[in-house]
Design a protein around this ligand. Structure first.
Ligand code: GLU
Length: 457
């Protein structure tokens, strides 16, 4: 059977790096298994869901190099959900209940005082037709609960019922259905909670592996029972740990913090984000991978730790630097043109500069330094001015080549007696206006003799 996975965000905000982790776990799993990846928008909450967030999510995924085989919207699949509901009602797995929130709270307290587990006592199952008619006459509407298969003969006497699965991330997992209330699947107003549409869609789309955050581990027992109640094959499950900020806070779509959009707009490369999102919180080293197939090779769901994983956004900068450094000129040619970096100097410029960039956009200031003038603001002591004038007068004649800088600095050393930092720093400052940057030996041929002489103080 074709491996089929889904990423199922609700379009209620900007997806963040934690959501990207879930998307990537699914994507890489599909890549490794030559499977299909479905993007499913869980947009049944009409109040909070927005098309613009769905569009933005798709854009973010494409930017991260994740290309769904299909895009689905739960809100457009109501008929299919209704059909599942009708089947469950017919089999008696779904039953109507009429309690208000206050009544339920009271029942809970009574059960606790009788030392019974504070779960729903299935009173709804005991209503007669007359009871129901009376409730309806009072103007009450039913909500519908899923009768968990956690009893032998008597539903009012639930027993320990272990549902187990081998989680592809966490290994052996177990949920005891006997300790759970029958979950509400349909609200009074006829809207669905997440569980039913999710399972119905997973069945209809032939999902073979449900990979998601570990905040869903406890839901899995009920969902497995629901797959079975609907007569479907139960998929495999994998629950990865969640990412938190360096200070341990959870990430939220609502705040926009660490959203993929903001990370993109800050100039980070998609593979820096993807490498961090996938490898943090695993036993793998967080090293940059420059393409998805390489990241897929490294990806091993079972190597993921079970506890939440803090990550430091500063790591993103380091990964980004490493990714940029490994980028061949051809891969970037067009992007560099957009920054004004073009012509015959573009490639040697890139080769000289790429080890010095936090973000690709930083090329603009270096391009200006190389093609126009050094960064302003440097002042030299009288002594350094004298040294630099002497040094510039020693510039070799053209043609220049790779060894020219060495030839020049040897001549300077011999003539002035300066060496080490005392020699190189004034040269660097005069040529670039910055205290650090690319190898001067690489810069010199880019400046040319005339360009270099123009920087003589
Ligand atoms: N919309 C759900 C969420 O974002 C999907 C959970 C799931 O993958 O089943 O939490």
């Amino acid at each position: 059977m074709t491996v089929t996975v889904r990423f199922a965000p609700s379009p209620t905000g900007q997806i963040h790096i934690g959501n990207a982790r879930t998307a990537l776990f699914n994507w890489l799993f599909a890549l490794k298994n030559r499977g299909r990846f479905i993007l499913r928008f869980d947009d049944t909450d009409a109040e909070r869901s927005r098309q613009e967030y769905a569009d933005q999510t798709l854009y973010d995924l494409h930017w991260l190099n994740i290309f769904p085989d299909a895009v689905e919207y739960q809100s457009r699949r109501r008929a299919s959900h209704e059909e599942a509901v009708e089947r469950l009602k017919r089999s008696g797995a779904l039953y109507p209940c009429y309690e208000t929130a206050e009544e339920l709270e009271l029942k809970r307290k009574i059960r606790l005082s009788r030392r019974l587990p504070p779960i729903y006592g299935r009173e709804g199952l005991a209503y007669s037709n007359q009871d129901r008619a009376n409730f309806e006459a009072e103007g009450r509407k039913p909500h519908w609960r899923f009768r968990l298969p956690n009893y032998r003969r008597d539903p009012f006497d639930p027993v320990r019922t272990e549902i187990t699965w081998t989680d592809i991330v966490r290994g052996r997992e177990m949920v005891d259905l006997g300790s759970l209330s029958d979950p509400i699947l349909v609200r009074e107003d006829g809207t669905y909670l997440y569980t039913l549409p999710s399972v119905a869609d997973d069945i209809e789309f032939g999902i073979t592996h449900v990979i998601r955050g570990d905040d869903h581990v406890t839901n899995t027992g009920v969902q497995i029972a629901l797959f079975q109640a609907l007569g479907a094959t139960v998929p495999a499950f994998g629950h990865h740990n969640l990412l938190t900020t360096a200070t341990g806070e959870g990430l939220s779509k609502r705040t926009g913090a660490l959203s993929i959009r903001s990370l993109r707009e800050s100039g980070l490369e998609p593979m820096a984000i993807a490498s961090l999102a996938v490898l943090t919180g695993t036993s793998e080293n967080v090293v940059p991978e420059s393409d998805m197939l390489k990241l897929a090779e490294r990806f091993d769901p079972a190597a993921t730790s079970r506890s939440a994983s803090k990550f430091d956004p500063d790591d993103l900068t380091n990964l980004n630097r490493a990714i940029i450094q490994a980028m061949p000129f051809e891969a970037l040619r067009d992007r560099l043109v957009a920054y004004g970096v073009m012509g015959e100097k573009a490639e040697p410029f890139w080769m000289a500069i790429k080890g010095n960039l936090d973000r690709v956009q930083d090329v603009t200031s270096w391009w200006k330094i190389v093609t126009v003038r050094p960064e302003p603001g440097v002042t030299f002591s009288a002594e350094d001015v004298a040294f630099l004038r002497e040094a510039f007068d020693l510039l070799p004649e053209e043609p220049w080549e790779a060894g020219t800088f060495k030839e020049w600095t040897s001549a300077i050393r011999e003539k002035t007696g300066r060496k080490g930092k005392a020699l190189f720093m004034p040269l660097r400052l005069a040529l670039t206006g910055r205290e650090s940057g690319p190898e001067l030996a690489d810069l010199l041929p880019l400046l040319g003799r005339a360009g270099t002489l123009a920087r003589r103080p």
